[in-house]
Ligand binder design. Structure first.
Ligand SMILES: [Ca+2]
Ligand SMILES: [Ca+2]
Ligand SMILES: [Ca+2]
Length: 253
């Protein structure tokens, strides 16, 4: 009888260890781009970091440009510290190793996010919630103007209203001057909005850089000709969703 009991308990143990070792994470295997699981913005998804070096890949679609909030549920164990990297559809890293929660600004398109834990001493397969929420952002009226061929024409002694959104946004303009000119570039924000550090480059019609990554405000003397003006944020992983004004004045006496 004793023997039978021992066998019975052993059997139970084996059954339990077999079923307990099964990964509860329904999205597994999702440890690479090729088996990334599709998730929808605004919907809770379940995941677990198991075994310890597990990394989970998801793919998602942004239909309208927006701020994407990446957050975990309250059911996330405290000994898991989630780190995420966001990639575009060409597998290029847009933001790397961000601690969750975080937010980023993304344009319309398909993306991947990979998630792992930097802290992890759990031996169990604990499921918790993960969610990507989005808030729509209006792009400025000059978009798309991200390449030289998309550059939009502007006048000297005028103002342009832009935002620098989504992350990595470049705003490219073309302008022409008929005589030697000293131009001043100024920027102006809506009252109460935070300051933002933009960098500005100017290229002449031969493609030579005549101004390299200067902060606004600045003054520059230019010969007659056609120019390309490129405006972006200093940090390529930042975005600025609010519209602000860039003024370009000719200040020759
Ligand atoms: Ca997992
Ligand atoms: Ca823009
Ligand atoms: Ca742009």
């Amino acid at each position: 009888m004793k023997k039978l009991l021992v066998f019975f308990s052993l059997g139970l143990l084996i059954i339990c260890s077999l079923s307990c070792s099964k990964n509860k994470d329904k999205n597994e295997p999702n440890n690479s781009f090729s088996n990334a699981k599709k998730i929808s913005l605004g919907k809770d998804e379940k995941m677990s970091i198991y075994p310890q070096d597990d990394i989970d890949f998801f793919k998602f679609t942004v239909k309208t440009p927006g701020i994407i909030f990446v957050e975990a549920g309250n059911n996330k164990p405290g000994n898991i510290d989630l780190i995420a990297t966001v990639f575009n559809s060409s597998f290029e890293m847009l933001i790397s190793n961000q601690e969750i929660p975080f937010k980023t600004g993304l344009g319309k398109g398909n993306y991947f996010i990979s998630i792992f834990s930097s802290l992890n001493n759990i031996e169990e397969d604990t499921l918790f919630n993960i969610k990507l929420n989005s808030t729509e952002v209006m792009l400025d009226e000059f978009e798309p103007n991200n390449t030289n061929s998309e550059a939009k024409e502007i006048e000297i002694n005028s103002e342009v209203e832009i935002n620098l959104f989504p992350i990595g946004d470049k705003d490219i303009f073309k302008f022409q001057i008929k005589e030697n000119s000293v131009l001043e570039f100024l920027k102006e924000f809506q009252v109460g909005k935070e300051k933002v550090d933009v960098k500005t480059s100017i290229f002449n019609s031969s493609g030579n850089c005549v101004l390299d990554n200067k902060s606004i405000p600045f003054e520059i003397e230019l010969a007659p000709g056609k120019y390309l003006l490129q405006i972006s944020l200093k940090n390529t992983t930042d975005f600025y969703r609010d519209i602000f004004k860039i003024k370009i004045n000719r200040i020759n006496k």
